[in-house]
Design a protein around this ligand. Structure first.
Ligand code: NAD
Length: 466
């Protein structure tokens, strides 16, 4: 059985059995061969192609995502990424020659990537296909046996993964374990060779604490408040392009329920009115039907977002939208101008369709502002000012920086994706997904030919500085 619906299984017994079986498969050496790894990647591509409609349906049921959004953010980007792995895996997995110093002559040195073993992947509900299958593709490319634990909060997608992963991948080496917090906790009692966790900082801490028991390395992909600097706004085309992209990175990406969604804007006072007008008119043009925006995950998350607006000081800063509809689990695209910096909306990750706009006197002040905050997953800036770009790169810290666009960095296989500081650690995507689940083994081959006796006692002064 490749995938496991938890309600059918007595937890203690079967999880232990499942982990034990995976370890046996891994120890048999089956997952190490390049051909096995390539066949798994091909299986993933087939899954994405043949089950595209079922994926769209599951994402629609869980989050009300439009098919076009699901294709852009999940199926399309993932397929491109897996194909990239198929094309490059042979090179990535090949031993890499290293230089050897004269003192080791004659010798050859190499860095040989080896799989870690049996790994565990926790994914999140907002991109429930991509956040499960992108790390899975890296773990398989690297030759590991894998358990994927999808989020219980996207039940249709979890059910899809449970039903379909074993149909396309080696069911003895890849298991999908469905279930909630209790299952996650239980899984963390076993020894893993790596755990990649995507989710909240709070649970990330628990995962890391539990992993310490077995000295299991972890990668934490957490959240943050991703700021976006808007250097100028006028009536030119570039300003409209900037506004399109800001809207794309807030409301058209799971309604802002994305770890790299823009959390808030920083703009000079004089540009705020025209920015707000342009945002309003463009929102009107983009969202001509309610189904073009994903819905809020559930009632609890809707109430959390409504709670931000319940603060009277915050409510009075709303300059557009603000309507919350518990029946449809939707919130109007909402713009807020200068909500208090000590309010929850400015101290917690928003993860929803509310966009605060914070004004600064001079755009350079935004750098001081960013430096006073925890390191985010991404910093965005719309600017033509090369000096400002340089200062952002040199003076601030974040998982990534993107100029004149937002969120699209997620789709690039050539740059690493991951956080720094409180937004997490460990990078993946493209070759970095392969490296995430590989150990770089140092291999040195010496010859018996030459022997330097200065390495050995008896010691005397002549053996110093040779
Ligand atoms: P969460 O942290 O509550 O849960 C994530 C996963 O952990 C789920 O599979 C869940 O079942 C499991 N889990 C929960 N409690 C557990 C426990 N005690 N022990 C073991 N497993 C447990 O997820 P959430 O809060 O709904 O996720 C939203 C957060 O995730 C946001 O902060 C968001 O920014 C972040 N996120 C980050 C990324 C990224 O790539 N960096 C991507 C998506 C979401």
């Amino acid at each position: 059985m490749g995938s496991v619906a938890m309600e059918e299984m007595p937890l203690d017994l079967d999880l232990g059995k499942l982990v034990g079986e995976l370890r046996e498969v891994y120890e048999s050496g089956r997952t190490r061969g390049l051909e096995w790894r390539l066949s798994q990647l091909r299986g993933l591509v087939r899954l994405l192609e043949e089950e595209e409609e079922a994926i769209f349906d599951a994402l629609h049921q869980d989050l009300g995502k439009h098919r076009a959004e699901s294709f852009r953010d999940e199926v399309g980007v993932l397929k491109k990424s897996v194909v990239d792995k198929l094309q490059n895996l042979k090179n990535w997995a090949a031993p890499e020659k290293a230089r050897t110093p004269l003192v080791a002559f004659p010798a050859t040195a190499m860095v040989v990537p080896e799989p870690l073993g049996v790994v565990l992947i926790f994914s999140c509900w907002n991109l429930p296909i991509g956040l499960a299958l992108e790390p899975l593709s890296g773990a398989l490319a690297a030759g590991n046996a894998v358990v994927v634990k999808p989020s219980e909060l996207a039940p249709s997608t979890s059910a899809f993964l449970v039903a379909n992963v074993p149909r396309y991948l080696d069911p003895e080496a890849v298991k999908v374990v469905d279930g909630g917090v209790e299952v996650g906790e239980k899984l963390m009692e076993y020894r893993w060779d790596k755990v990649l966790f995507t989710g909240s900082e709070r649970v990330g801490r628990l995962i890391m604490t539990k992993a310490a028991k077995h000295l299991t390395p972890v990668a934490l992909e957490l959240g943050s408040k991703c700021p976006c600097i808007v250097d100028w706004i006028d009536s030119n085309r570039d300003s409209q392009v900037a506004v399109n992209r800001i809207i794309g990175a807030k409301w058209s990406t799971c309604s802002g329920q994305a770890c790299i969604a823009i959390d808030y804007l920083l703009v000079e006072e004089e540009f705020a009115p025209i920015l707000i007008e342009l945002l309003k008119s463009t929102l009107k043009r983009f969202f001509t039907k309610p189904e073009y925006m994903a819905r809020i995950l559930n009632e609890r998350h809707l109430q959390r977002l409504a709670g931000f607006l319940a603060d009277r000081r915050v409510a009075s800063s709303v300059v557009h939208g603000g309507h919350v509809n518990p029946k449809t689990l939707t919130i109007e695209p909402t713009l807020l101008l200068n909500p208090p910096l000590d309010s929850d909306i400015m101290t917690e990750e928003i993860f929803g369709p509310l966009l605060p706009i914070i004004t600064v006197k001079k755009i350079e002040d935004s750098i001081t502002f960013l430096k006073s905050k925890p390191k985010p997953l991404a910093i965005y800036a719309f600017t033509r000012n090369e000096k400002l770009k340089r200062r952002i790169i040199d003076e601030t810290s974040s998982g990534s920086v993107t100029f004149n666009d937002a969120i699209v960095q997620y789709g690039l296989d050539t740059i690493p994706f991951g956080g720094v500081g409180h937004s997490g650690f460990g990078q993946y995507h493209g070759k970095y997904s392969f490296e995430m689940f590989s150990h770089k083994k140092a291999v040195l081959k010496r010859s018996f030919l030459l022997e330097f006796m200065f390495r050995y006692p008896p010691w005397d002064e002549s053996k110093i500085g040779m």
